[in-house]
Ligand binder design. Sequence first.
Ligand SMILES: Nc1ncnc2c1ncn2[C@@H]1O[C@H](COP(=O)(O)OP(=O)(O)OP(=O)(O)O)[C@@H](O)[C@H]1O
Ligand SMILES: [Mg+2]
Length: 244
Amino acid sequence: MRDAVTGAQGILEVNNLRIERDGKALLDVPHLCLGGPGPTLILGPNGAGKSLLLRCLHGLIHPDRGRVCQNGAALNAGHKTRQAMVFQSPVLLRRSVAANLDFVLKRRSLPHAERKQRIEALLDEGGLGGKARQPARSLSGGEAQRLAILRALALGPETLFLDEPTSALDPSATQMIERMILRASERGVRIVMVTHDIGQARRLASDIVMMQAGRVVEHGKAMQVLEAPESNESRRYLDGGLVT
Ligand SMILES: Nc1ncnc2c1ncn2[C@@H]1O[C@H](COP(=O)(O)OP(=O)(O)OP(=O)(O)O)[C@@H](O)[C@H]1O
Ligand SMILES: [Mg+2]
């Protein structure tokens, strides 16, 4: 199916998706089609279901009803190997920065010389060139998040999910990560990212999914949602009003 927003062929699609706890719907999304090509940003208040939706799209949570499809087929193990996810607080291996990347590249069965080259290119990409031998767990918050993104990119994903990757970072660390995300998007990596930062959505998003209380209240082109939101929930969220 085509994405109603971008007109592109649906890469990621959910139909009749529902997650319940104790009879209450935590997530209830009748239909959502994310076609790309630019980044999709998911916004909404705390508890809106943004992380749950991301985890469903990545196959980490199985919905009680409905399904996630990628390129027209139900999400399967093959799709999942072409997806990667970065969480708000990255968990890095107790090894050097380079070894964290090598660990992922080994899983792709790349030969040693190629892995070495790829690690150098990745470290350059993330501005971590001088830190290859440093223990990953001694990196600053911003550096650690950059390494987490590089590690996800080292998987060569078609789709990269990011759950509030810059929420704990200062403006310059945020800017570095936004550049990495935009470069990845320009190289053709499908970006689906959660943020609370409306400025960030303005800078990065091609389309925006607005959520509240487990529902998608609006999905549209970024400028349209930001400048002329159609739903009251979106308007209140963007105005900074309290949404109950
Ligand atoms: N395993 C679970 N059991 C019960 N409730 C859950 C579970 N996981 C999530 N929830 C509830 O689902 C709702 C949506 O959670 P989710 O983490 O997706 O919110 P969010 O939009 O990402 O919020 P935030 O902006 O705070 O990260 C919350 O009310 C949360 O308490
Ligand atoms: Mg969340």
